[in-house]
Design a protein around this ligand. Structure first.
Ligand code: KG4
Ligand code: ZN
Length: 354
């Protein structure tokens, strides 16, 4: 068997949605984490517009690449490998990053590592700062991952690096999507999740009785469409909302949305008895969610690992570099660069093998 090349310094790219992201990592240490956000442009559409995403990624990829290498103080020739998110995500957006990564790997004769965006979120708590502070040092398996983002809501049983079982996932909308949609019902500007959660901090979470989804289902799946519809009907019934009512509405929705996540996490902990919890994804920025997850971890005396910076929760390329480092360690490097392509519906249970 051919021995894998030693890979420690990685240039990673993520263009899975509406952020053009490029990072340089050294093992799990972040040397730079450049992000060019397109959020303002997509706000005009009230959501991610695929044509705009593709155009902007194409425009922003080279400057962001230069930015990431510059901040890391490295030349591309000093990099050991190139990593890229191949999925899941928006096809036309993924394509831009994948094409750039293939081009760089070929031109500079560097190994290529194909990464699942969700493995990036899952392993984001392993990221360390430039000096090697923070990040998980003694991983304990099995671990349980709770990944909550705009596109996904997943509970992942982690038996080891690269050995993942999806034990729960959303049957319809993702949690972040529900936050964004309810924010829209409340006339908050896109992306609404963070705005809604800011408003919710001041509100009375018991003012409205929104149902916690799937309490009796007995499984570990999620569903947000019923809660979203309940919010829509309630808002239609109320008509124009005063600022105070909006605040209470946001707090009540948030309470139900968070209770749903924590309820399923608790069930998964009881079922799988994990030795550590890994938490990632943009919705983890939500204060109430963080507080409740911390409380649960304390109650069950399980070490809880959250990325050391909020910039590692929302989409970024440093988490892709960290996941790529662990992939390289297990020899999981692309053998045939030509075959690499975007896989919009990639899942952690069926990894790519090129
Ligand atoms: O992980 P992420 O950056 O992108 C995806 O991979 O989807 O997550 C973005 C999602 C958005 O839906 C956004 O509204 C949500 O995370 N989000 C929040 C908060 N901050 C970001 N949702 C609730 N509370 C927040 N504080
Ligand atoms: Zn994401």
């Amino acid at each position: 068997m051919k021995k894998s090349p030693k890979v420690t310094k990685i240039l990673s790219i993520d263009t899975s949605c509406d952020e053009t992201a490029v990072a340089v990592t050294h093992e799990a240490r972040i040397l730079s984490n450049a992000i060019a956000s397109q959020a303002k442009l997509h706000a005009l559409f009230g959501g991610v517009d695929p044509t705009t995403a593709r155009r902007e990624h194409k425009k922003l990829i080279d400057p962001t690449l230069k930015d990431a290498l510059g901040k890391a103080g490295l030349d591309i020739e000093e990099i050991d490998a190139v990593a890229v998110t191949v999925g899941p995500g928006l096809a036309v957006a993924l394509e831009v990053g994948v094409a750039k990564a293939k081009e760089l790997a070929k031109e500079h004769k560097k190994p290529l590592i194909a990464v699942d965006h969700m493995e990036g979120h899952l392993l984001s708590p392993f990221a360390k700062d430039e000096d090697g502070n923070f990040g998980v040092d003694n991983p304990q398996f099995p671990a349980l991952g709770l990944l909550v983002s705009g596109g996904h809501t997943e509970l992942v049983l982690v038996r080891d690096f690269g050995d993942y079982e999806l034990v729960g996932q959303t049957l319809d909308d993702a949690a972040g999507e529900a936050f964004d949609k309810v924010a829209r019902i409340l006339d908050l500007p896109y992306p609404g999740g963070p705005q809604l959660s800011r408003l919710a901090q001041k509100g009375d979470s018991k003012a409205f009785k929104f149902p916690v989804p799937l309490k009796q289902s007995g499984d570990l799946n999620f569903s947000y469409s019923g809660l979203k519809t309940a919010c829509l009907y309630e808002a239609q019934k109320l008509g124009k909302l005063t600022r105070a009512k909006k605040t209470d509405f946001a707090a009540s929705f948030q309470a139900a949305a968070v209770a749903h996540l924590v309820d399923k996490l608790r069930r998964a902990v009881l079922k799988y008895k994990p030795k550590m919890l890994l938490i990632g994804g943009g919705v983890i920025n939500n204060r109430r969610l963080q507080t409740e997850v911390k409380r649960l971890a304390e109650r069950f005396k399980i070490p809880l690992h959250i990325p050391f910076s909020n910039s590692l929760l929302t989409d970024n390329a440093a988490m892709i570099g960290v996941a790529a480092y662990f992939k390289a360690k297990r020899g999981d490097i692309v053998r045939d660069v030509q075959k690499v392509e975007r896989v919009p519906d990639l899942t952690l249970e069926a990894p790519v093998n090129w």
